[in-house]
Design a binder for this molecule. Structure first.
Ligand SMILES: [Zn+2]
Length: 419
């Protein structure tokens, strides 16, 4: 079977035909690339790149190479001499061709090919696997993201989650807005920093009508977020996300443990708290058998770390309530106990919970209607993507990578899928 036959099956163009196909060899006889000539179909007229209308030909430019999907590890190029159109409304313009956009030297098919692989592997790996540059992979992903963002469907968003993630050393944050409806979870929007104006620009992007249709908002206790949500989506039930609430506990326990371990060491005690960090931070059901034994040993001591740990484990009961009023009573009792604990980081958490009592109890009003683990799950994926992205130094790259992996963006429908 001729290569041309296959090409005509997987990618046929109405106004163009495939011509001669050549194998380019190096000095030692090794195969370097495959070149496929393309010609306009007989008597066909070029399409103006300015207005998309057919027009009379003006002249023909020297041939250009467009990279196509490699075959058996051999790079494939289309070879085509672009014509210029003498357009009635635009003047003399270069024609547009169906296999590539503008000045891009990669064919659109190859661009989507690279972008699809970039969902499965890091950009660096894609570049290595297909012997192309990191830059080419990045541009391809960027094209896929721009294409998808222009066509994303924003109808029917009822629940959103606002999250923040650190992306560089030195307290640099991103604000992320997710859709967390049961049937549709995805990253909607990314903003630089986590200020009032950051989240304001999200709501501006979403638009007034769609914002008014939101029924549930999930967020952290970060004050700028609370402020903007109250102002912009006051009609929605605002829930404090369980995952974020519990992460405050973990930060507190970590602080208590670290300072206590230091104090014990200074007094020359046995290093009971050595290697205890994860024993205390992980939920007991997630511990390995060995860790369980380790935890049991620590729990025998009357340490501040242990008391903090037990207070957190007690608090987990809060989330199991059904009625907001009973949950409220539980919360008040817990806060009273925590405030008497004489452990400052835990007292701080208790004061924070007390201050946001109403928002915490909203959890029970929204129960069953939003997917509780959604924010946590998406947050985890965001962290994985940013970690995988050692190559990303710029905000633009991280933004593109996150939209690409988590945006659930639409893709064009093609007759043949190359990967
Ligand atoms: Zn034109």
């Amino acid at each position: 079977m001729l290569l041309k036959t296959i090409l005509n099956r997987v990618q046929r163009h109405r106004l163009f035909v495939y011509g001669a196909i050549r194998l380019l060899e190096g000095l030692g006889g090794q195969v370097i690339s495959i070149e496929v000539e393309i010609r306009p179909r007989a008597n066909s007229r070029p399409t103006c790149s300015g207005c998309d209308r057919l027009g009379p030909g003006y002249d023909t430019l020297p041939p250009r190479r467009f990279e196509f999907v490699p075959l058996w590890g051999i790079p494939v190029f289309f070879l085509y001499a672009m014509r210029r159109v003498d357009c009635l409304s635009c003047g003399v313009r270069v024609e547009c061709v169906p296999w590539a956009e503008g000045k891009n030297h990669l064919t659109t098919t190859y661009t989507w090919f690279l972008a699809r692989w970039a969902k499965r592997m890091s950009w660096k790996e894609v570049a290595e696997a297909f012997r192309t540059t990191w830059e080419n992979v990045f541009r391809s992903v960027e094209m896929a993201v721009l294409w998808g963002r222009e066509r994303m469907d924003l109808e029917g968003i009822k629940a959103i989650g606002i999250d923040e993630v650190q992306w560089q050393r030195g307290h640099k944050y991103l604000t992320l807005a997710y859709q967390i409806d049961a049937h549709h979870k995805r990253l909607l929007w990314i903003g630089r920093e986590r200020k009032v104006k950051t989240l304001m620009s999200f709501f501006r992007w979403l638009g007034r009508e769609r914002t008014a249709a939101i029924q549930f908002v999930c967020s952290d206790m970060w004050r700028p977020y609370l402020k903007v949500i109250a102002k912009k989506a006051g009609q929605a039930i605002h829930v404090l996300d369980r995952f974020h609430v519990m992460s405050h506990f973990n930060k507190a326990i970590d602080k208590v443990r670290a300072s206590e371990a230091r104090a014990l060491k200074a007094k020359g005690h046995k290093p009971i708290l050595k290697r205890s960090r994860w024993l205390l931070l992980k939920r007991p059901e997630n511990l390995t058998q060995e860790q369980e034994v380790g935890l049991a040993l620590i729990l025998r001591h009357n340490l501040r770390s242990v008391r903090s740990y037990l207070l957190r484990e007690d608090f987990q009961g809060f989330w199991d309530y059904v009625s907001p009023s009973w949950a409220g009573k539980f919360l008040d009792r817990w806060c009273t106990r925590a405030l008497r604990s004489r452990i400052d980081p835990i007292k701080k958490v208790a004061r924070m919970l007390r201050k946001h009592r109403a928002l915490l109890l909203n959890w029970f009003r929204a129960k069953g209607q939003i997917s509780a683990g959604a924010v946590e799950g998406l947050n985890l994926k965001v962290k994985l993507t940013t970690r995988k992205a050692f190559g990303f130094r710029t905000y633009r790259a991280i933004e593109i990578a996150l939209y690409h992996t988590l945006g659930a963006l639409p893709e064009p429908i093609t007759t043949h899928r190359f990967c």
